[in-house]
Design a protein around this ligand. Structure first.
Ligand code: SAM
Length: 248
């Protein structure tokens, strides 16, 4: 049956492209990729030469129907993103929804995902967690989002880039308190892989003290609020402090 395969690609180490992913990518009529140049390089490394179709946030809505038409005509296609699992802070959601609505089989070829890789080495409670993806770029939006999460008891997982890692850690410290346990996973599966743990204050201090610790790609994980009255009181106090800024 014609299938849309959603294929995870490596988050750094090329050897993490699974044998099944390679087989599937070789077997399809075309591969939809966020950045055809980047994916082209990855595929060339494995000697995979399928045609590439550029599918990114800006053309996804318009292109999805054309891709669905190819699937309905009997072709199998694959979807990849620049790194890791498509749809996880990456394009693909609209295409997958359009394919499902058209009754097309959509099948996962699982593999690397930075959030899950990071959680697996953090040593934070991960029986329940909440994936928050990227925080808003603007400081006001970021602080608002973090304040809303202050009382969350599940482990929080964020994606962050080198541009904003210091600001984000500082804002997390303000929202969750300096002593909240946290883990910073950087450049996973790559040459400079580093996993720092401690509390938010010590993570911020380590990142501020060493330029190298601000380079690359990050997953920030923060332990949830303690599930007791004190945590609720603390969240209430922080909210009161925030509100009082706006009161005459
Ligand atoms: N779809 C991808 C996945 O499955 O993880 C995520 C794509 S998102 C655009 C890119 C973000 O993922 C980076 O800014 C970083 O937060 C995280 N990330 C990707 N690769 C990583 C790595 N090797 N180490 C740490 N974080 C990584």
């Amino acid at each position: 049956v014609p299938t849309l395969y959603v294929v995870a690609t490596p988050i750094g180490n090329l050897a993490d492209l699974t044998p099944r992913a390679q087989d599937v990518l070789r077997s399809v009529a075309a591969i939809c990729a966020e950045d055809t140049r980047r994916s082209g390089q990855l595929l060339a490394h494995f000697g995979i030469q399928q045609p590439l179709v550029a599918l990114h946030d800006h053309n996804e809505e318009a292109l999805s129907q054309r891709i669905v038409a190819r699937l309905l005509a009997g072709e199998s296609l694959a979807l990849v993103s620049d790194a890791g699992t498509p749809l996880v802070s990456d394009p693909g959601y609209r295409l997958v929804r359009a394919a499902r609505e058209a009754g097309i089989k959509v099948s996962p070829v699982p593999g690397a995902c930075a959030a899950i890789a990071a959680l697996s080495v953090a040593g934070l409670p991960s029986d329940r967690f909440t994936f928050e993806g990227f925080l808003p770029a603007k400081a006001s939006g970021r602080r608002e989002r973090l304040n809303a999460l202050a009382g969350e008891t599940r482990t929080l997982v964020f994606y962050e880039s080198s541009h904003r890692i210091t600001e984000s850690l500082a804002d997390m410290m303000a929202a969750f308190g300096p002593e909240r346990p946290a883990v910073l996973a950087r450049e996973l599966t790559k040459l400079f892989e580093t996993v720092l743990d401690g509390d938010l204050a010590s993570l911020l201090q380590q990142v501020e003290a060493d330029d190298n610790q601000r380079k690359g790609e990050f997953v920030v994980m923060v332990q949830g609020a303690a599930d007791d009255e004190e945590a609720q009181l603390a969240a209430g106090r922080r909210m009161y402090a925030k509100l009082s800024e706006h009161l005459p």
